[in-house]
Design a protein around this ligand. Structure first.
Ligand SMILES: Cc1ncc(COP(=O)(O)O)c(C=O)c1O
Length: 401
């Protein structure tokens, strides 16, 4: 296996990076979900080759693109037989699930989400004139699980027509098991609720937690679903913007295709196709090395918090590179929980120069939590943890600044 240097510190400030250039120049950004690593060498080669051609007209998505998707999910995840006719490419996963909501709901319907959940789920629901129904995850003994009786109740509400599922779950860090997914799928099927599975984080799972594609569940459940997949998170090419919707039911796919066209996001980036093929066909060992590095980063955070910062509890990370931190014990004496996530995130930003994602942007259930992006070189991670330590100390005792 080739070795890759994930320790390399690649300067990103001044590159018009959302993550790095949106905040103060001396702040360390550990928020939005992209990584500080260079993408896989095979992807860089493919992009260089595409660039060298010099002509960047409209892209016809080639058969080799669909083959790359199909081969990858078969080889890596046991999801067999994806065909071109079951896929629609689009410009990103947000565009993908938004079009799926449009296709499978009517204005005024309720879309079920499992909160705390990815913050960009909320505007997509509203932009499709739907409302949110929260199937709040249960946080017990330091881990999240699904409240199935609540899901059953929410799904039985005739206004609920769609469940927007996140697997693996951002920010809860759970990789849903086959049993959990099948139970979700059965409840939704029984109550006529269509499942949209956002599986953008599917490649990034850790030992003992395998990703189960929703589309590998029993056929009747799969026909009641669409899956949104993309290599962009795992291979750090989010700015290139490419994703696919899969649906096994041709009538569903036709509606989704219509919605993608209505939303004017059916033309893909010329670099997107080249990058996707290189990712899925020639970057597997890079991905495995990355997963190992990220897992070691996760262990580093756990170790640091256990030794140095008992006020902050890291939730187990089964997948994604986004750690969900329970910071409630970092509150000042007598401080109410309400508004704490925002106060604490602001404090970290201005007093410890550390940018995390505020827990409540993922829904009110995120109160007391913050999200930490650990996809960076180890040295930078340790710098972030030191800043977190300083932030916790100065929050509790402002005089110690
Ligand atoms: C669950 C989830 N879905 C979608 C996205 C964004 O997807 P895209 O950039 O392809 O629109 C993210 C980015 O963090 C995410 O976490």
């Amino acid at each position: 296996m080739e070795t890759y240097n994930f320790d390399e510190q690649i300067p990103r400030r001044g590159t018009d990076s959302v993550k790095w250039d949106e905040f103060e120049a001396d702040a360390l950004p550990m928020w939005v979900a992209d990584m500080d690593f260079r993408t896989a060498p095979a992807i860089l080669d493919a992009l260089r080759r595409r660039l060298e051609h010099g002509v960047f007209g409209y892209e016809l998505v080639p058969q080799s693109y669909y083959d790359a998707v199909s081969d990858w999910f078969d080889r890596r995840h046991g999801w067999k037989g994806i065909t071109r006719a079951q896929l629609v490419p689009t410009t990103g996963v947000i565009a993908a699930y938004s079009a799926c909501i449009k296709a499978m709901s009517r204005p005024g319907d309720q879309v079920i989400v499992q909160t705390p959940c990815y913050n960009a789920f909320f505007p997509a629901i509203r932009n499709n004139q739907c409302t949110e129904s929260h199937n709040t995850l249960v946080y017990k003994d330091g881990r999240y699980s699904i409240d199935f009786s609540d899901l059953e109740r929410k799904a039985a509400d005739p206004r609920s027509t769609v469940l927007l599922l996140c697997n693996p779950h951002n920010p809860a860090g759970r990789v849903w098991t086959r049993e959990e997914l099948e139970r979700i799928g059965r409840i939704c099927l029984e109550h006529g609720v269509f499942v949209i599975a956002d599986e953008i984080h599917c490649e990034l799972t850790y030992p003992g937690h395998d990703y189960t594609p929703f589309a590998t569940l029993p056929e009747e459940i799969v026909r009641n679903s669409a899956s949104c997949i993309s290599p962009t998170k795992a291979f750090n090419i989010a700015g290139i913007q490419i994703a696919n919707v899969f649906a096994s039911d041709p009538a569903v796919l036709q509606k989704v295709d219509r919605a993608i066209n209505d939303n004017e996001c059916c033309d893909v980036n010329v670099f997107g196709c080249a990058a996707l093929e290189a990712a899925y066909n020639r970057s597997e060992d890079w991905l495995d090395a990355l997963r190992k590095y990220l897992y070691d980063n996760y262990l580093t955070v756990c170790d640091f918090l256990a030794r140095e910062l008992p006020e902050v509890t890291a939730l187990p990370l089964e997948g994604t590179y986004l750690m969900w931190l329970d910071c409630r014990a970092a509150r000042r004496e007598g401080e109410p929980l309400e508004g704490f996530s925002e106060r604490f995130a602001d404090h970290l930003r201005y007093n410890a120069k550390l940018i995390l994602s505020t827990g409540t942007i993922y829904g009110a259930d995120g109160e007391g939590f913050e999200r930490l992006n650990i996809a960076c070189p180890r040295e930078r991670l340790l710098d972030g943890l030191e800043r977190l330590r300083k932030g916790v100390r100065t929050y509790a005792r402002p005089d110690r600044g």
